[in-house]
Ligand binder design. Sequence first.
Ligand SMILES: [Fe+2]
Length: 154
Amino acid sequence: MDRIKMVQDYVDEILQSSVNKIERECGYKHLYGVSQACAVLAMKRNENVELAVVAGLLHDIYRYKMHDSTDHAHKGSLLAADILCSIGSFSSDEIDKISQAIYNHSDKTNRNTLFDEILKDADVLQHCLYNPLACVAEHEKDRFRMLKEEFGLI
Ligand SMILES: [Fe+2]
């Protein structure tokens, strides 16, 4: 089984265990949407696609597993590291890279590594493209404009 599939199976298990149908559906849409946006951004920016997809899948896993969004990026980076350790197929460098991106992903104002920025931008893309006709949140406007520029859309 490939490593992305292993992480998808773990995420599916967490989401399927949620008794709340709306939360479960939101989780599928958001985690898989961010994961796919991570893939396209990593391809475009020559970053590691596999690790970016995994980061997208796990970036909000704390919220969905613990049903708590408080400080979910920081707490989620530890949970993601534990999950990846338990899967047993990722090196410590790979786990650190994914965990760091998750740790930083809620800080959309500052810039971090190129890999970290993929996750932040993918998070924004999923929010903005889920319904492209809806209003873009104020705090995501700058990033979304830069993403549209990057893709030659404006
Ligand atoms: Fe997110």
